[in-house]
Design a protein around this ligand. Structure first.
Ligand SMILES: Cc1cc2nc3c(=O)[nH]c(=O)nc-3n(C[C@H](O)[C@H](O)[C@H](O)COP(=O)(O)O)c2cc1C
Length: 322
């Protein structure tokens, strides 16, 4: 089984990927949060900060594109290939209203004919090895039959399926039965993504789909960064290891942003998931949330590692909201 780190905009940027890879081995591919190529045929300075080969050195990183323009997809996928990336991923799953309103991400799934024309143009003109990350549809999982018939006609390097429709966003249980029904009809290697939280969840997916080559994990890996290391036979991270990772990440954010306040905001995104790994974390969580300056943040974070016990398995507060 291969293990992939899901792309998470605002969370799994270059600094995070590099630091995670250094502290917690086992991830086969880190998918980068999406970038939207422009018509100028140049990456913006901000995009370059995440995709430049030097900031991803030694990390098996896969860039991801979000676009419905074949021309923009072709120039950017070729440029990424020329930069040395062996694979470029297309985002056909983003559920955000601002994205779908423009017919991009999961919004593209609502127009299969346009998607077919787009893929035809892209696959006939790009030098890149293209993989796809998709949902089952926009409104109804029944849409996937037509979508898969389209995907199957192109040399898609790998198809990651998040078995939800756009209207589900990231809530409710995944549509497992629809994934199971689609899997035997996929002509390309498939990666399963969605709601894997514990080692047992990952093992259950592997046992259910015996020839499945890969799973992708997002939120649970932010929460429990040694999850895949353990699945690969490595050790569970203790408090010291978690603190060393935290301190390295925070120091690198401070250096990269040149502004502790931005670094603290980034760290708070991570704590939203990571705090679930600690017992009785409510009070400490409030203190972290309130901290705005460097001193208050550092004291609040140190208190978590000093005072709280690490749970065996994360209790995910984020996808089964009360
Ligand atoms: C904050 C956030 C940002 C995300 N950003 C992206 C993104 O840039 N590209 C993408 O394909 N998916 C993105 N996703 C979706 C995740 O990659 C993943 O499909 C989703 O979290 C389900 O997997 P999980 O249950 O293992 O977390 C994002 C999800 C979240 C919660």
């Amino acid at each position: 089984m291969h293990y992939y780190f899901a792309p998470m905009e605002g969370v799994t940027g270059a600094v995070y990927r590099r630091t995670h890879h250094e502290y917690f081995p086992g991830i086969d591919k880190y998918f980068m949060p999406f970038i939207t190529p422009t018509t100028t045929e140049r990456f913006t300075p901000r995009q370059k900060r995440d995709i430049a080969p030097e900031v991803n050195a030694g990390v098996p990183a896969v860039p991801q594109l979000l676009t419905k323009s074949a021309a923009d997809c072709i120039w950017s996928a070729n440029a990424l290939t020329d930069m040395g990336y062996a694979e470029v991923n297309l985002n056909l799953g983003c559920p955000s209203g601002t994205v779908t309103a423009k017919g991009k991400g999961a919004g593209f799934l609502a127009d299969p004919d346009a998607l077919d024309r787009f893929l035809d143009a892209v696959f006939s003109s790009t030098r890149a090895r293209i993989s796809i990350k998709t949902r089952l549809g926009m409104h109804d999982p029944a849409e996937f039959a037509r979508l898969l018939e389209i995907y199957n006609r192109y040399p898609v390097a790998e198809l990651t399926i998040h078995p939800r429709v756009r209207q589900d966003f990231y809530k409710g249980t995944v549509r497992e039965a629809d994934f199971a029904a689609a899997l035997p009809r996929c002509r390309m290697p498939v990666c399963y993504n969605g709601d894997i939280v514990t080692e047992q969840d990952a093992q259950a997916v592997a046992a259910r789909y015996l020839n499945l080559p890969a799973v992708m994990i997002g939120r649970a890996l932010i929460g429990d960064p040694s999850l895949v290391t353990r699945l690969c036979g490595g050790p569970r991270a203790d408090r010291d290891r978690l603190q060393a990772f935290h301190d390295a990440l925070y120091a690198r954010y401070c250096e990269a942003f040149g502004d502790a306040r931005i670094a603290i905001l980034r760290m708070k995104e991570i704590w939203f998931y990571h705090l679930n790994l600690f017992e009785n974390s409510e009070k400490h969580g409030k203190r972290l949330k309130k901290s705005t300056d460097l001193r208050a943040y550092e004291d609040a974070a140190a208190a978590v590692f000093r005072d709280l016990a690490v749970r065996e398995d994360i209790v995910p507060g984020w996808f089964h909201p009360a």
